[in-house]
Design a protein around this ligand. Structure first.
Ligand code: ADP
Ligand code: MG
Length: 696
């Protein structure tokens, strides 16, 4: 090759980094920074505390707190806050405390952060959703630093990621159950590895890479829509003249404003140690996605919440509003949050890579068999994990996997699994690729053997599984807790059989055979899946309230208690919180819709109809009159549905919201949406879908 390149073209060491890249990790107090900040013995004591949960010696904790405070001060912080996740969707809790203290001997202010301040704080647990675990008169709750998740500085405050429990030690947050489920996976995973002959591994960890979808709309449009403000989604709105039909938004260029927004968001997240790798436009106009590189599940859940905060804050500054709701606009794609989920070991193995050696193959099949059993036996829990009022709009609606949870392995791998179940060799499937020839000068492409499946709720992706059913506005810790509890239970069941003397390979073969009903590699958007589910008797919980009921079934209470993920009171409390949140959310929506229809839409439609002088006759005018009459009737019906709300029982309230209120909202909306297409546009009181999605 003739070379016009001299070595001067790429002197890597001397090229200045773009400022955005130079700032990576600047605001995160990760281990690398900590090690430099504190003496080795302090770091060692901290690492011990992290590994065992036993508090640090006071002297070391004081030294650690001083270094942490000084680091934070160097970044402009005047105080700190523990950062925790109440059970209320992706909105963390914080309480700013300053570094100001008092030296009572000298009677003057000092600057201080004690070891105890760093590790824990106390607050009132009764005002957060707690499902009855705390009452107003016995309210104490504790917040404790999750030392596995690094502190960070955001907006000149030092944040300390934390767990949040009641005075009785019961979980009031999203993090604690996830940490416990991770423990269960580790413990049971190690047991299985030992049965497979692996004596070296000492830790099995769960990794997650999330993909966050969202909409960005102009802030003034947002403020003109009371439904977006109250409910995060449009409760009415006729289809836009141009929606996503041409697929011309997907992976298209970002508008200049969104481009500036994304660049700033990425930079801010990089500074916080969030590894944003990919940003792109999604299917619907005004819809976007960002994703980082995977991380330990607990950290992934924290960084997702932090990323959502950053996006919210910056949207405001760019005069945009961000919508994380799963279905902001009827008829346009909604927003999910795929959770790429996998298991790895401290010896560097990825347990969901088919591998090459006999051990690797057996290990891959065994862990996948455990997941298969988890999906088959605990499909109800996985469904529960993605059950929210918002996500019910997506599941099974031709844009997201249905509410039937199956495992998709791909054609070749599924055949291999069936073969193993029948006694075939474990090592017959190795990581395989195929070449795709395009044409010179494009080099041949190395492709995965298995195709990509976007209709499956839980497909295999070559080295991990992708839980695609999670909603865009969920706190991912809860669905991840469900997945990890489901697989931990299966690992446990398999190991129990092996402990009782059954050959482990036989256990694996039988597990696949017994749970093959949950294997489905077809089109999840087609009726085939429903037929398949019926044939194999798979759980199909169509709505969230139905799913919540399953949380406290005997099977599930035994599972949670047995694995130490929730105790009996905690799971009952969780169920109440979910039911309450569901009914409350739909209650807010229903009342918002009623108000908008009564005070904005009906008056505009009536004015329009009344303005039409008698004497004209046309189908347009007749249509309007008829629709106005229909709208008024349906407003009454909606109002009646709201009045009939059962106040006494959470389970009944959630079912009522689903079965009675939602249909009344749908039919009232339908009349309004039809009118929107006919009524004098100058009178229509709300920005329409076109203005909302095309004004970026
Ligand atoms: P897609 O093309 O499906 O939209 P993305 O590239 O947006 O995928 O996201 C894929 C995600 O999967 C990334 O967060 C990536 O880091 C994550 N991922 C890759 N390998 C693993 C793994 N072994 N375990 C967990 N997550 C993984
Ligand atoms: Mg993606």
């Amino acid at each position: 090759m003739s070379s016009t390149h001299s070595t001067h073209d790429a002197p890597a060491q001397t090229v200045a980094l773009p400022p955005e890249l130079a700032e990576i990790n600047r605001n995160v107090l990760d281990d690398a920074v900590l090690k430099k900040l504190v003496d080795p013995e302090v770091y060692y004591a901290f690492a011990q505390c992290r590994a065992t949960g036993v508090p640090m010696d006071k002297g070391f904790a004081t030294a650690l707190a001083r270094s942490v405070r000084e680091w934070a001060q160097s970044k402009g912080c005047i105080g700190y806050s523990h950062w925790f996740s109440p059970v209320r969707g992706p909105v963390h809790g914080e309480k700013l405390e300053t570094f100001v203290g008092v030296d009572f001997d000298a009677d003057r202010l000092i600057i201080a952060l004690t070891g105890r301040d760093l590790f824990q704080t106390e607050t009132d647990g009764s005002s957060f959703p707690n499902g009855g675990l705390r009452e107003t008169h016995e309210a104490a709750a504790y917040i404790g630093w999750d030392t596995g998740s690094p502190p960070f500085v955001y907006r000149k405050t030092l944040y300390i990621p934390s767990a949040f429990v009641s005075w009785t030690g019961e979980a009031l947050d999203q993090k604690t159950p996830l940490l416990r489920a991770n423990m269960a996976v580790n413990e049971q995973g190690l047991r299985l590895l030992h049965h497979l002959g692996d004596a070296e591994t000492t830790e099995v960890v769960c990794n997650v890479g999330w993909e966050q979808e969202f909409f960005l709309i102009d802030r003034s449009m947002y403020l003109a829509r009371p439904d977006l403000i109250a409910a995060g989604r449009t409760l009415l709105g006729a289809a836009p003249l141009r929606g996503q039909e041409l697929s011309d938004h997907y992976f298209a260029r970002l508008t200049p404003r969104v481009n500036r927004f994304m660049a700033e968001a990425r930079e801010t997240m990089w500074r916080l140690g969030i590894s944003i790798r990919c940003t792109h436009n999604e299917v619907a106009p005004a819809q976007h996605e960002i994703s980082p590189i995977f991380n330990l599940a607990n950290l992934a859940a924290d960084t997702n919440i932090l990323a959502m905060d950053v996006l919210r804050d910056l949207a405001f500054e760019h005069d945009l509003a961000i919508l994380f709701h799963e279905k902001p606009f009827a008829g346009l794609n909604g927003s999910g949050k795929h959770n790429n989920w996998g298991l790895n070991t401290d010896t560097g193995a990825n347990l969901f890579v088919p591998g090459e050696t006999e051990l690797e193959s057996r290990r891959f099949v065994a862990f996948t068999a455990a997941l298969l059993r988890g999906v088959n036996k605990h499909g109800d829990l996985l469904r529960c994990g993605v059950s929210t009022a918002g996500n019910d709009h997506r599941l099974g609606a031709q844009e997201a996997p249905p509410a039937i949870i199956t495992l998709h392995l791909g054609e070749h791998l599924e055949r291999h699994f069936r073969n193993v179940a029948d006694g075939g060799p474990f090592a017959a499937y190795q990581t395989q690729h195929k070449e795709i020839e395009i044409t010179a000068p494009v080099a041949d492409i190395r492709a995965n053997l298995e195709d990509r499946n976007r209709t499956a709720p839980f497909p295999w992706c070559g080295n991990r599984f992708e839980f695609r059913a999670v909603g865009g506005n969920q706190h991912i810790a809860f669905p991840l807790t469900m997945v990890n509890a489901a697989i931990a239970d299966s690992l446990k069941a398999m190991c129990d059989e092996a402990d009782a003397g059954k050959d482990i390979d036989r256990v694996v073969r039988e597990t696949i055979g017994e749970n093959q009903g949950a294997l489905f590699s077809g089109n999840g958007y087609s009726d085939d899946l429903y037929r398949h589910a019926e044939k194999w008797n798979l759980t199909h919980l169509k709505s969230s309230p139905e799913a919540y009921e399953a949380l406290t079934s005997e099977k599930n209470v035994t599972l949670f208690v047995g694995l130490g993920v929730f105790n009996e009171r905690e799971i009952a409390a969780r169920q109440s919180v979910l039911q309450d949140a569901y009914a409350t959310e739909i209650g807010i929506e229903a009342r918002a819709l009623l108000r908008i229809l009564s005070t904005m839409v009906a008056p505009a439609a009536l004015e329009d109809v009344e303005a039409v002088r008698a004497g004209f006759s046309s189908s347009l005018l007749d249509g309007k009159r008829e629709l106005v009459a229909r709208l008024l009737e349906r407003i009454d019906a909606l109002s009646g549905a709201i009045d009939g709300w059962p106040e006494d029982d959470l389970s009944r309230a959630a079912s009522y919201a689903h079965g009675t209120v939602k249909p009344a909202m749908r039919s009232a909306r339908d009349a309004a949406d039809r009118l929107e297409a006919l009524v004098d546009a100058r009178l229509w009181p709300l920005p329409d879908y076109s203005e909302l999605i095309h004004h970026q």
